[in-house]
Design a protein around this ligand. Structure first.
Ligand code: TYM
Length: 335
């Protein structure tokens, strides 16, 4: 896939199928994927291979992969417009991972904050896959010659190492990969925990009140927002030191399109309770159609299977083209 003027730019992104997706995944990533498919040539995948870096229960993982795929469809990722597939269905991801791992340094992998965080969290299972995780992510992106990668802020470092690996490979072996750019939204790139607004909202949080899942029913969403941790100040104002309110304001702003100034004006003189309820209602309304679509899509297993099979075939075609080029460049003998 060479870059030409008339060709649309290529987008690739992925999400791990562990647990139900959160409001953070939605606002930081999936919502943007849906918008971007109108203008770009998009590929979106379920990163099931990445999930093995943490111990999974096989039967549960299998169910979660299918459910994650259905959530993407329910959110509006459209297989008529975007390529949708499951990472493990396209074996070239594992193949390119190996070649890239041999072009990635121990030192640069050791600096990854996600590796440090995850190994601190799972000291009993600091496996080699967890360490080389960024090289598999680089393979995901580089196989499709992506120009842009829409992600939340927490993936920025993985994008930087992907660029470094691609640039190094191109320098050593000649032009092979497109150098991708991260695409990070200005607002909502890091949705914070509702229980501790200094922490990222994460599906692996032990405190159920810390995160909203895309499939939470309206009453649960509103209850969790009512309990959201804020501060002892009384003003609804975006300011340093007001992490809880800042987080609620950014969620509200992304979903309504209102600027921070408008929100401050509309809620001036009102209490935190009123604002929390308003944010809860806006989120519940935004997620309502997704939940309804999900229930419908999940019932149609034949359709799900049809979409992921077609996706794997199409993705495999592009991936194989890149792989042949890579093997030639590194000096392997053609089959
Ligand atoms: P994952 O599954 O942790 O998250 C999927 C996407 O959601 C974003 N995100 C958030 N955005 C804002 N606020 C939050 N609290 C929040 N939590 C998560 C993430 O930034 C991400 O964009 N390694 C990736 C999956 C992956 C991938 C790829 C991504 C595999 N291969 C290739 C891009 C390109 C991951 O674990 O994301």
């Amino acid at each position: 896939m060479a870059d030409t003027q008339e060709k649309k730019q290529i987008i690739l992104s992925g999400i791990q199928p562990t647990g139900t997706f959160t409001l953070g995944n939605y606002i930081g990533a999936i919502r943007n994927w849906v918008h971007l498919q109108e203008e770009y040539d998009c590929a979106y995948m379920i990163a099931d291979m990445h999930s093995l870096t943490v111990r999974q229960e096989p039967a549960k993982l299998r169910q979660q992969i299918l459910s994650a795929f259905a959530v993407l469809l329910a959110c509006g990722v459209d297989p008529e417009k975007s390529l949708m597939f499951i990472q493990s269905h396209v074996y070239q991801h594992a193949e390119l991972n190996w070649v890239l791992a041999c072009n990635t340094q121990f030192g640069e992998l050791s600096r990854m904050t996600q590796f440090k965080d995850k190994s601190a969290k799972h000291p009993e299972n600091i496996n080699a896959g967890l360490f080389t995780y960024p090289s598999l992510m680089a393979a995901d992106i580089l196989l499709y010659q992506a120009n842009l990668v829409p992600v939340g802020v927490d993936q920025k470092q993985h994008l930087e190492i992907t660029r470094d690996i691609a640039i190094r490979f191109n320098n050593n072996y000649g032009p092979t990969f497109t150098i991708p750019e991260p695409y990070i939204p200005e607002v909502g790139a890091k949705v914070m925990s509702l229980a501790d607004p200094a922490k990222k909202m994460s599906k692996s949080d032990e405190n159920q009140n810390a995160f909203i899942t895309i499939l939470d029913p309206p009453e649960v969403i509103i209850r969790k927002f009512k309990r959201a941790v804020t501060d002892s100040d009384m003003e609804i104002r975006y300011a340093e030191g007001k992490d809880g309110i800042n987080n609620l304001m950014s969620i509200y702003s992304v979903l309504t399109g209102d600027s921070y100034e408008t929100i401050e004006r509309d809620f001036s003189g009102k209490g935190y309770g009123d604002f929390k309820l308003a944010v809860g209602e806006v989120v519940a309304e935004a997620l309502r159609p997704i939940r309804e679509n999900y229930d419908r899509v999940m019932k149609d297993k034949a359709y799900l299977e049809e979409v992921y099979r077609a996706g794997a075939q199409k993705a495999g075609y592009t991936a194989e083209k890149t792989m042949r080029k890579v093997y030639r460049k590194v000096g392997f003998l053609a089959k």
